[in-house]
Design a protein around this ligand. Structure first.
Ligand SMILES: NC(=O)c1ccc[n+]([C@@H]2O[C@H](COP(=O)([O-])OP(=O)(O)OC[C@H]3O[C@@H](n4cnc5c(N)ncnc54)[C@H](O)[C@@H]3O)[C@@H](O)[C@H]2O)c1
Length: 296
């Protein structure tokens, strides 16, 4: 890992806490300069004091395009450009009870966990192209590959982040921009009380299942508390960027759970193969999918 990050410039959203903070500290220790984009101004000020030459804090609500434009511009102003984008800011998202769901809470989850990823890439890519390339890490979750009851809006965004990362990885490769999608298992962070960072216009804290991670005593909250340390996730991010991995996993235990979903999907194809309804199709045209150069 030595020198891989030396003098690189990174933008890390949600860098004041949890996985983002662990990654900021690791990047700085490896010699990178980091723009931290977050809502927690007090913690951002502390980071600037700790690393005066290496960190700039920008107050940035990642749901707002103008704020993201400001954060990417800060990378150029403070450090001359941008090499790495870590789209990481997030929360547990809206609770999943359909009767209690509000449009505001739904839209807030989509804007924070999905639209922000697109906006970050949109504004970072021109700066990376000006440098001849770069690396992007989009944070999904293992919940982007398996969906359990109780966090459906969260999972919907994370599946979408995986899907769009798989596609954009192919589009960006010719520009010498690597793209990885981070799918952590449980990480010991404050995400279970992340409703603290949610603005009122997104519904604030709902009284009923208001945050998918936050339900008191929920299995998810307990699993997060027993999760791995955020700086280990930061180290995985660095490994994966170096090696050009598309998928970044942090918890090998979930392999069997993902396999279980794949087995259910395969069973669906077996049912289709035996389907009387499909027997009327005389000949299937050859498929041109998947594309010839699928990133590893
Ligand atoms: N902790 C886990 O177990 C886990 C597992 C899988 C995926 N993730 C994902 O990791 C990412 C980071 O989460 P974490 O666990 O470190 O949580 P965290 O709550 O510790 O950190 C999230 C950071 O994002 C910031 N943030 C929230 N809303 C923001 C906004 N609108 N604009 C800018 N910054 C904002 C917060 O202020 C905070 O600093 C999230 O995308 C989350 O979905 C976490």
């Amino acid at each position: 890992m030595a020198d891989q990050l030396r003098d690189k410039v990174a933008l890390i959203t949600g860098g004041c806490s949890g996985i983002g903070l662990g990654t900021v500290e690791l990047f700085v220790a490896e010699g990178a300069c980091v723009v931290v984009a977050d809502l927690q101004d007090d913690k951002g000020a502390v980071l600037e004091q700790r690393f005066p030459d290496r960190v700039r804090y920008v107050h940035c609500d990642v749901t707002q395009e103008a704020d993201i434009a400001k954060a990417t511009a800060a990378a150029k102003e403070a450090f001359g450009g941008l090499d790495i984008l870590f789209n990481n800011a997030g929360s547990g998202g809206a609770g999943a009870g359909i009767p209690e769901m509000t449009v505001e809470a739904w839209d807030g989850t989509m804007n924070l966990l999905l639209r922000s990823v697109m906006l970050g890439m949109k504004h970072a890519i021109p700066l990376m192209r000006a440098r001849g390339g770069g690396s992007i890490v989009n944070t999904a979750s293992i919940a982007g590959l398996i969906s359990g009851a109780g966090s459906e809006p969260y999972s919907a965004t994370k599946y979408a982040v995986v899907a769009m990362s798989e596609g954009w990885a192919q589009q960006l490769a010719p520009m010498n921009i690597g793209l990885s999608v981070l799918c952590p298992g449980y990480v010991r962070t404050r995400i279970a009380d992340s409703a603290r960072a949610r603005q009122d216009r997104y519904g604030g804290v709902q009284p009923v299942r208001g945050d998918s991670f936050a339900a008191a005593g929920s299995n998810v909250a307990q699993s997060v508390a027993a999760g791995i340390d955020p700086d280990i996730v930061g180290a995985r991010v660095v490994e994966a960027v170096r090696d050009g991995n598309l998928y970044i996993f942090t918890d090998p235990r979930f392999r069997d759970v993902v396999e279980f979903r794949f087995a259910a999907i395969r069973a669906g194809f077996d049912q289709a193969a035996a389907s009387p309804a499909l027997k009327s199709v005389k000949a299937w045209a050859p498929l041109t999918y998947p594309p010839p150069e699928t990133p590893q």
